[in-house]
Design a protein around this ligand. Structure first.
Ligand SMILES: Cc1ncc(COP(=O)(O)O)c(C=O)c1O
Length: 358
């Protein structure tokens, strides 16, 4: 298959040497070798995210953490910030697990603010708050640090869960600074790995909460995951060992670059894309809350986005149309995450300008 440079918000470009790690011989997942591989990964995650919280890697994409949240954190009632398609999925997952959830909805393109969360928390007896950090459909970056601080100051027993699927590993996030009890990501986004693993950090309080919540399932049981690591430093079920090889290798590359440097690289790509868009379009996200890993641009000139992607494909590039029926053709998205550099973004945007003859 021909190689298209993926400027979509995941999966994103994975470099050949990372992909190549997956061709190593398999090992038993109950062997000492696997324990060494997995504990090495956990160590590197602790280093990169500068955290002392518990870290885990599950063989499942990030969405599993919505089910884990619903089945382990929510005792009775959750408040879920809804500002786009992925945060809507979290609210639906909690509802569909038979727990109560109040969606705290804002217009798509707008951010969830701490005062909105506090206002809602004062109205009812909530035990969990879930907020997406980087809403990949709208390109909004919610102020989770401020939200976490506001919640924990007034409601220290409320669990704070953050979906950082499309930002962690690019946007630098330190769980302790954000007051998160669970924060999770998928490997195919800023980690620039194939899809199939999710990475999460969780607090002691999250463990305590989960122990008291019945009906956690098996694959989604945070206590099973936590206790198995405590006893055996392994996963409760058979992990994708090939992807673990790729992950350990990629974490070395990420540590060599440094979390701050990676953050700055993502910020520079986002800033350049915003300036480029401002020539005759607008960002979809409200000013001050734009994502640094994906730019959602309002198609104010009514250009043919599917047609643009067809032309880009001929040149070996791919971007993303707007998410779902609501935003398709009305917006388009440029994912600038993972491996991409400012020069890569400049070349992509040069090609788009050329196609549009801007
Ligand atoms: C913010 C956000 N949450 C959740 C998901 C779902 O992730 P996955 O498909 O890895 O389960 C995505 C995927 O794009 C996302 O962007």
């Amino acid at each position: 298959m021909s190689h298209k440079r993926l400027f979509i918000p995941g999966p994103t470009e994975a470099v050949p040497e990372v992909l190549g790690q997956q061709t190593q011989w398999l090992i038993g997942h109950r062997s000492k070798d696997y324990t060494a591989l997995y504990t090495g990964i956990i160590d590197k995650l602790h280093q990169y995210f500068e955290t002392r919280q518990h870290a885990t890697v599950l063989t499942a994409s990030g969405t599993i953490w919505m089910d884990i949240t619903a089945r382990n954190m929510v005792r009775k009632k959750a408040l879920a910030g809804v500002c786009g398609a992925f945060s809507q999925r979290m609210a639906n997952t909690i509802r569909d697990s038979g727990k109560e959830v109040t969606p705290l909805e804002v217009e798509w393109g707008k951010a969830i603010k701490p005062e909105m969360v506090l206002e809602e928390l004062a109205k009812d007896d909530y035990d969990t708050v879930a907020v997406v950090h980087n809403e990949t459909s709208t390109g909004v970056r919610n102020p989770i640090g401020e939200i976490g601080a506001a919640i924990k100051k007034e409601y220290p027993d409320v669990m704070f869960v953050v979906d950082a699927v499309s930002s962690a590993g690019g946007d630098h996030l330190v769980p302790e600074n954000l007051n998160t009890d669970i924060i999770f990501a998928s490997t195919q986004k800023c980690f620039a790995l194939p899809p199939g693993l999710s990475i999460a950090f969780y607090s002691d309080e999250a463990v305590e909460r989960a122990r008291s919540v019945p009906g956690r399932g098996f694959y989604t049981d945070l206590i099973a995951i936590h206790d198995y690591y405590g006893k055996k430093q392994q996963n409760p079920t058979t992990p994708n060992i090939s992807l673990m090889y790729a992950l350990t290798y990629q974490l070395d590359r990420m540590l060599a670059e440094g979390a701050q440097a990676r953050h700055q690289r993502h910020e520079a790509m986002a800033q350049y894309t915003r300036n480029w868009a401002a020539k005759d379009m607008e960002m979809f996200a409200e000013p001050g809350y734009e994502s640094i890993t994906v730019s959602t641009i309002a198609n104010t000139q009514g250009r043919d986005i599917a047609g643009l992607n067809g032309e880009l494909a001929k040149r070996g590039y791919q971007i993303a149309n707007g998410y779902g029926a609501k935003l398709k053709e009305k917006t388009f998205r440029i994912g600038h995450m993972g491996e991409w550099t400012l020069d890569d973004v400049k070349s992509l945007l040069w090609h788009i300008d050329e196609i549009w003859r801007r």
